[in-house]
Write a protein that binds this ligand. Sequence first.
Ligand code: KG4
Ligand code: ZN
Length: 334
Amino acid sequence: MSDELILAIETSCDETAASVIKNGVEIVSNVVSSQIESHKRFGGVVPEVASRHHVEQMTLVLEEALSQAGLEPSDLTAVAVTEGPGLVGALLIGVNAAKAFAFAHGLPLVPVHHIAGHIYANRLLTEMKFPLLTLIVSGGHTELVYMKEHGSYEVIGETRDDAAGEAYDKVARTLNMPYPGGPHIDRLAQEGEPVIDLPRSWLEPGSYDFSFSGLKSAVINTVHNATQRGETIKPEDLAASFQASVVEVLVEKTFRAAGEYNVKQVLLAGGVAANKGLRAGLEQRFSGSRFDLIIPPLSLCTDNAAMIGAAASIEYQKGKRATMALNGVPGLDL
Ligand code: KG4
Ligand code: ZN
């Protein structure tokens, strides 16, 4: 049987990405064009700016993904694209590029959920063992997703307000750090001690949901109160205390859910997976446990199209296809 070669496209936020994935597990090419520099001066992703960048980069990135793979469109099995969730204008650029490419070359079109992509990034590293649990933490998402088999998703917990990465970015802004602030807070946290008392948002007993806006406000209030009293707070201690609160809640809820759902594997996904405190916290909590903890390298945690191709392979095998009426859906459910 010939190899399955899927060309995947991802434009849901601020990365324009295309990739070719072989048989759902092997990266043949993986091209990501980041826009972070353009959004920095605004302190966050500006949707209009993101769409423009996608328009400028899309064709180049697509051609690069095919040329790095040494493939012609006629070698491909299907085209996959992120349908949602994400910024609508940004999604539309990828969706339209995928539709045009599929139509021009007579290829099937496979729509993919962005979060399924983040989860399936792990399949490019290792065999997925079911049932499994994934903690997805990014600038737009904080979710615990249970899967009993390929392509079956149950969101057992999610944030009720800010995503974890969003909380990092907002706290960083309070401390006058550039966007995206997560990596800066993480670095600062390594130099400080978690000596400042900040809340842990456990919510109702047994809940796997998250909430970070109270913690974010507590950090902002701590800074304001100290300024008013003429006291100084060591920014590194504040960063370490904030990180300790975020990590403790993420790690504990993930560990508890792994036990209750009796999973075999626990996967980490999303940009906040780069966080040193979170990686160390998870490794410590899960060490010696019966759960197989998988922490992917950073290049697969942040937005990319390889993960979309990996998730698309499962959908393709299940027979999922989109028509030329496919649209970007900003609030798409998993
Ligand atoms: O997955 P991602 O690249 O984009 C989406 O949001 O989809 O995640 C970006 C987020 C940003 O909020 C960024 O501040 C955060 O991930 N981030 C981190 C770290 N590296 C990136 N947050 C905490 N610690 C880090 N080391
Ligand atoms: Zn993402």
